[in-house]
Design a protein around this ligand. Structure first.
Ligand SMILES: Cc1cc2nc3c(=O)[nH]c(=O)nc-3n(C[C@H](O)[C@H](O)[C@H](O)COP(=O)(O)OP(=O)(O)OC[C@H]3O[C@@H](n4cnc5c(N)ncnc54)[C@H](O)[C@@H]3O)c2cc1C
Length: 535
């Protein structure tokens, strides 16, 4: 049996589907090959089988500024059913003493909260915010949504403008140096490094100091998808189908077929050859794409070495505790801060910046650090995710993938560790003593079992380290979405600008593929280099 499409997409996560929807709009006949029974990848919402009506977002939940993404408008996702909520009290860090450091969608309220901890830090926040807003708006936002520039060209173009030079200067420090040198209060320092950690950047690495400044200036706040994260996946599937695209579930590729040095199709595990006239785009990780699926003869030895050397994030793996509740968590700190009743992301267990080196050390050793966790009660904002009058809530913690040297140890440790997290949660929200109807946990090993592209539980599908970012992501020779093999492209989180629900790897890959196929891309932004030249 054989069939032919213009383009085959490997993996129907959000990046794969975004690329597929753009190709479909251009009139190409497309198919996505997905091993799971549902599309969406990290956009996953599950109903607890023991508690009908209780929905849990087991992977991505906090989605940054989705409604401002270019593909959200281009693909008309609101019309396809996507709907987002952006809670005003966006993030709260609760301290042991019951204080609350708050990030609001309203910048002035964030400044006021910082000032309660340190007036000097509040002034520093304002200074970096004002300094970096144009850098975020004119450079960083566009860099994320454009195919990356070669590093030397990027530097040369940035050096031409004052904004570019300020960006380069801020990036020379490590996030740790930036936070220590600029801010004084340990809770504020800890909060900022926590956010840096959420983007999985190693806080010790020079070259990434600007991430903190960008964070202070960015208008992009956490949003949640009404109906659960899977609602965005359903909207994307609808957009794909509107362009005539097919999504084949429960289908796994066995190999990428080649002819005369060109990728021409895939053979499925069931033995079907599916041909691609123009494009095979893989949203899988480099190990899967190049080592598992390509004939070794088609992978030059120096590329093989680069794939083998591709690193996954030590600090990305997450452990999750999910609760079905009679009522939402009621935080002790809400007595002094009633606004906490409507706090979105809540962080607990993080009191001091000195905890970070300890957390890193535990990850290196494969042991469990003292709990620092964060999460939300989605049903406070979207009651549709639980039966009437009931709630769901979750907490995540960064814990090492190789527990005591072997990820399989998680299967025995899971429940015990969930109890440790619940204990800390109850200290902050005593009503959880009686409010819990049911719970379940998920380890980083469970994540990898579900989504094998998230190798070693790395939800960003590749470390952010020098040599694996921008033009060099996943590695030199396969950055900018093209691979060494004509017809084979990358479009997932292992490519620029990386993981999380941004859709930008898929969006950028679409720009490259449209250019290579000579398709008109009236939706694409002007070249990033032109923007830098215009500064
Ligand atoms: C616990 C957890 C919490 C997270 N929280 C957040 C969050 O709050 N905010 C946020 O923005 N991000 C979060 N993420 C990260 C986010 O989910 C990912 O970075 C994002 O899903 C990556 O998108 P993608 O399209 O590149 O890959 P994926 O979403 O992983 O999609 C890849 C697809 O490929 C499929 N696939 C894999 N292997 C094969 C194969 N061999 N053959 C066929 N198909 C295959 C998968 O089944 C999947 O459907 C979280 C992830 C986890 C695990």
């Amino acid at each position: 049996m054989s069939s032919t499409y213009d383009a085959i997409i490997l993996g129907a996560g959000h990046n794969g589907m975004i690329l597929q929807a753009y190709l479909g709009r251009a009139g190409l006949k497309t198919v996505a090959i997905e091993r799971r029974p549902v599309a969406g990848g990290g956009l996953s919402t599950l109903e607890d089988p023991r508690f009908p009506g209780f929905l849990h977002n087991t992977h991505a939940f906090f989605q940054r500024a989705i409604t401002t993404m270019p593909w959200y408008a281009d693909l008309d996702l609101a019309r396809h059913g996507a709907d987002y909520i952006e809670p005003e009290l966006n993030v709260v860090l609760l301290t042991r003493e019951g204080r609350a450091l708050q990030w609001w969608t309203d910048f002035e309220r964030t400044v006021a909260s910082f000032a309660q901890f340190s007036t000097k830090d509040a002034a520093t926040l304002r200074r970096w915010h004002d300094d970096f807003v144009p850098i975020v708006e004119d450079i960083l936002a566009w860099e994320g949504r454009s195919p990356p520039l070669p590093p030397q060209e990027r530097r040369r173009l940035l050096e031409r403008s004052a904004e570019g030079r300020r960006l380069l200067a801020a990036s020379e420090r490590s996030p740790l140096e930036f936070v220590h040198e600029e801010f004084e209060h340990p809770t504020i320092q800890a909060g900022l490094l926590f956010f840096n950690g959420l983007r999985e950047v190693d806080l010790r690495l020079r070259g990434f100091g600007h991430h903190i400044a960008a964070l202070l200036a960015s208008p992009a706040k956490a949003q949640m998808s009404r109906g659960g994260s899977a609602a965005l996946s359903r909207a994307l599937e609808s957009a794909v189908r509107a362009g005539g695209g097919e999504i084949r579930l429960l289908t796994e590729p066995k190999r990428i077929a080649t002819e005369q040095g060109r990728a021409i199709g895939i053979e499925t595990a069931a033995g079907e050859l599916i041909r691609a006239r123009h494009v095979i785009a893989s949203s899988l990780n480099p190990h899967q794409t190049f080592l598992d699926l390509l004939d070794p003869a088609m992978l030059p030895s120096e590329l093989r070495a680069k794939v083998r050397g591709f690193q996954y994030n030590l600090l990305a793996p997450l452990f999750a505790l999910n609760l079905n509740l009679r009522e939402p968590p009621r935080y002790r700190a809400a007595r002094d801060h009633p606004e906490l009743e409507h706090a979105f992301m809540v962080i607990m267990g993080l009191d001091h910046v000195d905890q970070f080196p300890e957390i890193v050390r535990h990850h290196e050793l494969g042991t469990i650090p003292p709990t620092v966790m964060w999460g939300a009660c989605p049903t406070v904002f979207d009651p549709s995710q639980a039966p009437p009058g009931h709630h769901t809530a979750f907490m995540w913690e960064k814990l090492p993938y190789r527990l005591n040297g072997d990820p399989r140890h998680w299967d025995a440790e899971r429940e015990r560790h969930g109890a440790v997290m619940l204990d800390l949660w109850r200290q902050h929200a005593p009503n959880l003593e009686d409010a819990v109807l049911g719970s379940f946990t998920r380890s980083a090993l469970d994540v990898e079992r579900c989504l094998p592209n998230m190798r070693e539980g790395d939800l960003l599908v590749g470390a952010f380290a020098n040599g694996q970012i921008g033009y060099d992501r996943p590695f030199p020779g396969a950055g900018h979405y093209r691979t060494h093999l004509p017809g084979l492209y990358l479009c997932g989180s292992s490519s620029h600008p990386g993981g999380n629900i941004t859709g930008l790897p898929g969006y950028n890959a679409a720009q490259i593929i449209f250019a290579d196929l000579g398709l008109q891309a009236d939706w694409a932004p002007p070249p990033f280099a032109d923007r830098l030249l215009a500064l």
